[in-house]
Design a protein around this ligand. Structure first.
Ligand SMILES: N[C@@H](CCC(=O)N[C@@H](CS)C(=O)NCC(=O)O)C(=O)O
Length: 227
């Protein structure tokens, strides 16, 4: 069976990585069974065989693939007869870079402290140290005043909101990897934080509800907060 190394919190079933969620949803989309193995930030040794230090890492027989984008391409090439992730249109790459350079950097500044608080004791030390070095501030300073930053976040989501006024999913009439990219970011937040990002009258909220229900409620049933 396919194995997937996934980021976990102190609670083994709190799986919150946005990149891992892209792949969990993609595997379900393709109808592939998977054994999801919990991995913590400080368990670099456990994934050393992959030649890098981040999750997701997918192991499928003799194949080891890391990086969510490479994994999506691998799944598409290896399982062409299973439902398509719709990678063939180059626009998916735009969605990936938009999520990673516009959306996720705003989200991380809402979530850093909640992420920290959900980790094992050993991971807490690593996480605080590495993130405070990266941002040049304490986690508390980074997150402070997050409510006031919500209007900016909502404005940034305008293209997404307008898309859902015209079509049901980012990828068109049915979900594709573009949806899993954007959804992964919302699911990251939902699994780690009770900070509410969307209001029920927002078309993005309705889309997120649909995503939570997909594949027998895979994401909706995951350990997280009802936000
Ligand atoms: N470009 C990679 C990013 C993966 C990534 O950054 N994963 C995080 C978890 S969300 C990680 O493993 N971080 C390890 C660390 O910060 O030490 C992908 O798309 O898979």
């Amino acid at each position: 069976m396919i194995k997937l190394y996934e980021l976990a919190g102190a609670e083994e079933n709190r799986r919150f990585s946005p990149y891992c969620w892209r792949i969990r949803m993609s595997l379900a989309h393709k109808g592939l069974a998977v054994d999801c193995l919990p991995w913590r930030f400080t368990e670099k040794e456990k994934i050393k065989f992959s030649g890098q230090e981040r999750v997701p890492v997918l192991v499928d027989g003799d194949h080891t693939v890391s990086d969510s984008w490479q994994i999506a391409k691998y799944l598409e090439a290896e399982y062409p007869d299973a439902p398509s992730l719709k990678l063939e249109n180059g626009e998916v790459l735009f969605v990936k870079f938009w999520a990673e350079t516009v959306m996720n950097p705003l989200l991380v500044k809402f979530l850093l402290l909640d992420i920290h608080d959900s980790l094992t004791a050993k991971d807490k030390i690593y996480f605080r140290d590495s993130r405070e070095k990266l941002f040049g501030k304490t986690l508390e300073e980074i997150v402070e005043g997050r409510e006031e930053r919500m209007p900016d976040f909502h404005k940034t989501l305008t293209p997404l909101r307008l898309t859902f006024k015209k079509q049901q999913f980012v990828a068109g009439g049915s979900p594709g990897f573009s949806d899993y990219i954007v959804f992964g970011a919302f699911q990251w937040a939902r699994c780690i934080s009770d900070f509410s990002l969307l209001q029920p009258d927002d078309p993005i909220y309705e889309w997120r509800q649909q995503m939570l229900r997909l594949h027998d409620g895979l994401a909706g049933n995951a350990v997280g907060y009802s936000v």
